[in-house]
Structure formats: structure tokens, C-alpha cells
Design a protein around this ligand. Structure first.
Ligand code: CAA
Length: 240
């Protein structure tokens, strides 16, 4: 029996690597995306993984999106809350929209997606939820009060929901990636990024596939005793 997995933000960056690796491991994968139709079409053509467009910051859209995936692929066993955005800037220059968009997209989405899937997981006595946090939610980062707050919130959300899910074989874990070689990190100004990379003991940016490996470990059927944990994958940049 193939398990059904939804990966939010699953057509690009870290999410793409997660979608592809889960498919390689035999999961039936639905890759959600928010806006980039062209990238999503190219992703589906290349990987054969269906892409589903909805805004994860919208509660009703998540319920509708999950219903559509379930109609197409079957009940959802695995949710990877990966979708995320940055709107970096120091707080004295940050408008309220940049705060709210990041909180709603990065953290609100975890509630929206888990709310839409948790009852089914509980009824079937199986579920695997992985929330993608960040080193910057653990350690903070200059210019990211919005992002650090949302990602830090994800780590608290994970530990609370892990306690609720435990008796129903629904595990909930987080991964805290460091700086990974994606478009998001490429958008950091080059001189700033150089200084950051200089502080990574492994001496390079991470690869998206190195996060996907962690996800595959956490969602496995035989990972039922791993819950409420945070797996840091950051090249040794922050040991938490
Ligand atoms: N600590 C202390 N001071 C800092 C600093 C830091 N980390 N970074 C910058 N500053 C200082 C600068 O030295 C500068 O001071 P002076 O004016 O005295 O020289 C001042 O702050 C302004 O710096 P900038 O010129 O960079 O300011 P800016 O307004 O042009 O840009 C910024 C500010 C947008 C926050 C920019 O610094 C930036 O993009 N920083 C990177 C933020 C970052 O790491 N984002 C991660 C994105 S990837 C991601 O989030 C994925 C993940 O999960 C890891």
C-alpha cells in the first residue's frame, strides 16, 4: 500500500527535493504550490508528480485543496509543511504587511494544513507530519523578526501537536534547515551571504536533498517512536 503525502511548496527548492525523494521511496505525492504556474508545470512534466495550486495561508483553500488531493489519490497519511517565504528587513523599516504575510504563510499554514488532515489521521490511527522550521527560528537572524518568529512558532507548534497525536500514532516533528542552496537563500545579498557561509563549519551551503533525507526518515512507518523532535540540518552552524 502506497502512503499518500502532501508537500506544501512542493514544486521548487527544498519542497521539490522532498517531493521527488518521497516519490522515489514509493509514496503517492501531491505537490502543492502557491503561484509559479510555469515552474509547477515544468516540475510535473519532469517528475510525473501532480501539482496542486492553492494558497496555504488561506484556511478554506487548504480544506478544499486537501479534499481534492484525497479525491484523486486517497486519504492523506503524510503532510510536510514546507511552504515558506521571506520578507526580510529590519523592524524599523518593516511594514505590517511584511510581518503578517510571513506569519500567515509560514506558520498559519501549519495550522491550516494540520487542521484539514488531522481528523482523518486520528481515525485511521496513522499520521506523519513534518514541519520545516529554520536555524533562524532557533537562533534568530538580523533582519528577520517576522521569519524568525514564524519559524520559532513552528517549533512550538510541533511539540504541542506531537503530544496530541502520540496516542493515535500521529507523529509530529520538525526539521530546522540551515542555509540551503535554493532561490530563497540566493536572494540574500552576496556580501551578507558570504559572511554567513564563512560561519558554516562544513564550509558550504546545504543541498535540498540533504533536507529531503531527513523528511524521509521522519515519515517512515517504522519511525513511530520519533515525535516532538527537531532535526537540525545546518552544517554545524548552530548546535541547539
Ligand atoms: N548583525 C549585526 N549587524 C548587522 C548584521 C548582523 N547580522 N547584518 C547587517 N548588519 C548591519 C550592517 O553592518 C549595517 O551597519 P552599518 O550601517 O553600520 O554599516 C546595517 O546593519 C545595515 O545592513 P545592510 O546594509 O545589510 O542593511 P539593508 O537595510 O540594506 O538590509 C537586510 C538589511 C535586508 C536585513 C540584509 O542585511 C539582509 O538581507 N540580511 C540577510 C538576512 C538573512 O540572512 N535572511 C535569510 C534568508 S534565507 C532564509 O531565511 C532561509 C533559512 O531558513 C535559513
Amino acid at each position: 500500500m502506497s502512503r499518500v503525502a502532501i508537500v506544501t511548496g512542493g514544486t521548487r527548492g527544498i519542497g521539490e527535493a522532498i517531493s521527488v525523494m518521497l516519490k522515489e521511496k514509493g509514496y503517492k505525492v501531491a505537490a502543492n504550490y502557491g503561484g509559479n504556474d510555469e515552474a509547477a508545470k515544468e516540475f510535473t512534466d519532469r517528475t510525473g508528480i501532480p501539482a496542486y495550486k492553492w494558497d496555504v495561508s488561506d484556511f478554506d483553500a487548504c480544506a478544499e485543496g486537501v479534499a481534492k488531493v484525497e479525491a484523486d489519490l486517497g486519504p492523506v497519511d503524510v503532510v510536510v509543511n514546507n511552504a515558506g517565504i521571506t520578507r526580510d528587513g529590519t523592524i524599523h523599516r518593516m511594514d505590517h504587511d511584511k510581518w503578517q504575510q510571513v506569519i500567515d504563510t509560514n506558520l498559519g499554514s501549519c495550522f491550516n494544513m494540520c487542521r484539514a488532515t488531522i481528523e482523518g489521521m486520528r481515525e485511521r490511527n496513522f499520521g506523519r507530519i513534518v514541519n520545516i522550521g529554520s536555524i533562524n527560528g532557533q537562533a534568530g537572524q538580523y533582519g528577520q523578526v517576522n521569519y524568525a518568529a514564524a519559524k520559532s512558532g513552528i517549533h512550538g507548534f510541533t511539540k504541542a501537536l506531537a503530544q496530541e497525536g502520540a496516542a493515535k500514532n500521529v507523529t509530529v516533528n520538525a526539521i530546522a534547515p540551515g542555509y540551503i542552496d535554493t532561490d530563497m537563500v540566493a536572494a540574500v545579498p552576496a556580501p551578507v551571504l558570504e559572511k554567513i557561509v564563512a560561519k558554516i563549519p562544513v564550509g558550504r551551503l546545504g543541498k535540498a536533498s540533504e533536507i529531503a533525507r531527513g523528511v524521509c526518515f521522519l515519515v517512515a512507518d517504522d519511525a513511530g517512536f520519533v515525535t516532538g523532535s527537531t532535526l537540525s540540518i545546518n552544517g554545524g552552524q548552530h548546535m541547539y
